[in-house]
Design a protein around this ligand. Structure first.
Ligand code: GLP
Length: 262
C-alpha cells in the first residue's frame, strides 16, 4: 500500500487523473474500473479537460463500473448510469459498447452478475480500478463483513450507507434503494492496480483503520493491504487520524522523480 497525502483533494485528483491518462496513453485498450460518488468527480473533470485540451483518446478504452442501485432505471437522476453519463461519458469518447455498468433493472440478478464477471474476464481483466471508500469502510457497495472472496452479486445496504447517501434522495434514507449490485471484493482485488481516493474528515476513521489497522472483513477496504499495487490518495483531512502520516509524507518527498507520480 502506498499512501500519498496531498494538501487538497483537487491536487490528489489531478495526480489520480495523470495516472489514468498515462495508462490510457501507454495502453489504448486499457480496461478501467470506475467508481461513482462525490470523491472521484474532480478526477473525472480533469480527464475531461485532458480529452478536450490534450487529445487524450479513450476510443479503444473499456470500462466497468463498480455498482448500481437495484430498482432504478438508467434514466433515474440518482442511478449510477445517469451519474456516469453526466459526469464523464457524455464528455469523452469511450464507445457506448465498451461501457459496462451493472443493470439495476435486471429480472435475473444472479444471471446478470455471472455475466458481468464473464465480461470482465473476456475484456482481459481490469487494469486500473478507481475506488472511493464509504464511512463504514465499504468499497464498491461491499459492506462490513462482506467476504474477501466475494464476486459480483446483490447486497443489502447498511443503515450507515443509507444515511450517507440520503443526501442524494431529498435527505431521506427511506428513499435510498435498499439493494444494489456490486462487484465483489474478490473482483476488485483481481484488478492489476488499485487507486483509492478519500477526502474529508468523515473518511478519516475508515482510512486509518484500512491503512494501519488489522485486515478484517469488518472493514472491507483493509483487504487492500494485501493488494500488490494499491495507491491511496488522501487530502490532509482524510489523513488526520493516521499515526504514521509524517512517515508517508517523508517517503513521498524522498522518492526519485520518476517514481513520484507514477
Ligand atoms: C457509495 C459508492 C461507493 C463510494 C461511496 C463513497 O456508497 N457505492 O463506490 O465510494 O459511496 O461516496 P462519496 O465519494 O460520495 O463519499
Amino acid at each position: 500500500m502506498e499512501v500519498v497525502i496531498k494538501q487538497a483533494s483537487e491536487d490528489a485528483c489531478i495526480a489520480g487523473a495523470r495516472i489514468v491518462a498515462r495508462l490510457v496513453r501507454e495502453k489504448p485498450t486499457a480496461v478501467l474500473g470506475l467508481a461513482t460518488g462525490g470523491t472521484p468527480l474532480p478526477l473525472y473533470c480533469e480527464l475531461i479537460r485532458m480529452h478536450r485540451d490534450e487529445g487524450l483518446d479513450f476510443s479503444r478504452t473499456t470500462t466497468f463500473n463498480l455498482d448500481e442501485y437495484l430498482g432504478l432505471e438508467p434514466t433515474h437522476p440518482q442511478s449510477y448510469h445517469h451519474f456516469m453519463r453526466e459526469n464523464l461519458f457524455d464528455a469523452i469518447n469511450i464507445p457506448v459498447e465498451n461501457r459496462h455498468i451493472p443493470d439495476g433493472m435486471t429480472s435475473d440478478v444472479p444471471g446478470f452478475c455471472r455475466d458481468y464477471e464473464r465480461r470482465i474476464r473476456d475484456a482481459g481483466g481490469i487494469d486500473l480500478q478507481i475506488l472511493g471508500i464509504g464511512s463504514d469502510g465499504h468499497i464498491g457497495f461491499n459492506e462490513p463483513v462482506s467476504s474477501f472472496a466475494s464476486r459480483t452479486r446483490i447486497k443489502t445496504l447498511a443503515k450507515e450507507t443509507l444515511q450517507d447517501n440520503a443526501r442524494f434522495f431529498d435527505g431521506d434514507p427511506d428513499k435510498v434503494p435498499r439493494h444494489c449490485i456490486t462487484m465483489g471484493i474478490g473482483t476488485i482485488m483481481d484488478a492489476r492496480r488499485v487507486l483509492l481516493l478519500a477526502f474529508g474528515e468523515s473518511k478519516s476513521r475508515a482510512v486509518a483503520g484500512m491503512t494501519e489497522g488489522p485486515v478484517a472483513s469488518v472493514l472491507p477496504a483493509s483487504i487492500l493491504q494485501h493488494h500488490p499495487d494499491a495507491k491511496i490518495l488522501l487530502d490532509n483531512a482524510a489523513a488526520s487520524e493516521l499515526k504514521r502520516a509524517d512517515y508517508y509524507r517523508w517517503v513521498y518527498e524522498n522518492k526519485p522523480d520518476w517514481q513520484r507520480d507514477a
